[in-house]
Design a protein around this ligand. Structure first.
Ligand code: FES
Length: 319
């Protein structure tokens, strides 16, 4: 995301803590004008108070044209962007944001929708189920998996919603033995559409359990989750075979950012390893694949440069 694409300066109308370490921001146009429309599942790129650009899913109903609502988890171990949002952004602050963009769109007219949210991954899904409900589409079920009640955003709102009977909230209390068993839910595809947003271990489990589903029936998203934080980055070198360039990638930057800083243009959209736009040819190197896109047989010759990186040494790319 180029900072020139942050074309809206919005005001924080309100800020409230909605769960342990999770803050909700209600963003409005400073003059009260309507905001550009968005669809359920969309996100904003946001310039955080420390200058880093983070992406946050919109959690409100797209029928609300006067506000964008985002929820931010205060990540102590992150790069500092979410920490600055949680600690420094206050009611009345001005926040530069992009226009809404959607890489996690609801496919219309499916016979049934299954939503699986882990932790803060509830945000786009909360928008989706509000949107479906207000279109009188009630063929959905939400499985919302969190550690415990105090860390569960929107728990009260879901419990009091008109679709509460379609919501299953499960807490594992941090004990893997108490994880929710998704297999009975995912065993039979039966023309259903799955949307999953949450930490990487949850998305990987769902990916493993849906190998027999059609690929188009399962969609992943990871904005606002701790997917990128659960692994350690090491610096590495990249050699671009066709342009004969050498680029260094530090532990703080992604491979995509390093390519851009060197003037190499690669398409991207989600920048979270879920949409498939940044697929790049891989010639050699010890890659840690962190995306949710590539199939096993594609891993040797491809890399999603927005999230994947080397375990060290040199990567050679077909660029
Ligand atoms: S930009 Fe979407 S997978 Fe890389």
């Amino acid at each position: 995301m180029n900072t020139s694409e942050l074309s809206l300066d919005l005001i924080v109308q309100s800020k409230q803590q909605i769960a342990n370490g999770i803050f909700e921001f209600d963003l409005r146009h400073p003059d009260g004008h309507p905001l550009p429309a968005f669809s359920a599942g969309a996100h904003l790129s946001v310039k955080t108070p420390i200058g880093l650009v983070n992406k946050y899913s919109l959690s409100n109903n797209p029928l609300q044209h006067d506000r964008y609502v985002i929820a931010v988890k205060r990540e102590e171990r992150g790069r500092g962007g979410s920490l600055s949002m949680a600690d420094e952004l206050m009611q009345g602050s001005i926040l530069p944001v992009s226009l809404p963009n959607n890489v996690f769109e609801l496919v219309p007219d499916r016979p049934e929708y299954i939503f699986i949210a882990g932790g803060i991954g509830i945000t786009p899904i909360y928008s989706m189920i509000q949107s479906l409900y207000h279109q009188n589409i009630e063929r959905f079920k939400l499985y919302y998996l969190t550690r415990d009640a105090p860390s569960t955003a929107y728990m009260e709102a879901l419990a009091q919603s008109p679709f509460r009977d379609q919501v299953i909230i499960h807490h594992d209390e941090g004990d893997p033995e108490r994880s929710f068993d998704l297999w009975p839910v995912l065993e039979k595809p039966a023309h259903r559409q799955i949307y999953c947003c949450g930490p990487r271990h949850l998305m990987e489990a769902v990916k493993d359990m849906t190998g027999h589903w059609s690929r188009d029936a399962v969609t992943f998203e990871s904005f606002g989750t701790d997917a990128a934080l659960s692994r350690t980055n090491v610096p590495f070198e990249v050699r671009l075979q066709r342009s004969d360039k050498i680029i260094q990638v530090s532990e703080q930057s992604t491979l995509l950012e390093a390519l851009r800083e060197s003037g190499v243009q690669v398409s991207s959209s989600c920048e979270s390893g879920t949409c498939g736009s940044c697929r790049t040819g891989l010639i050699s190197g010890d890659v840690e694949h962190r995306d949710m896109v590539l199939e096993d047989h594609e891993l040797q010759d491809n890399i999603m440069v927005c999230v994947s990186r080397a375990r060290g040494g040199t990567l050679v790319l077909d660029l």
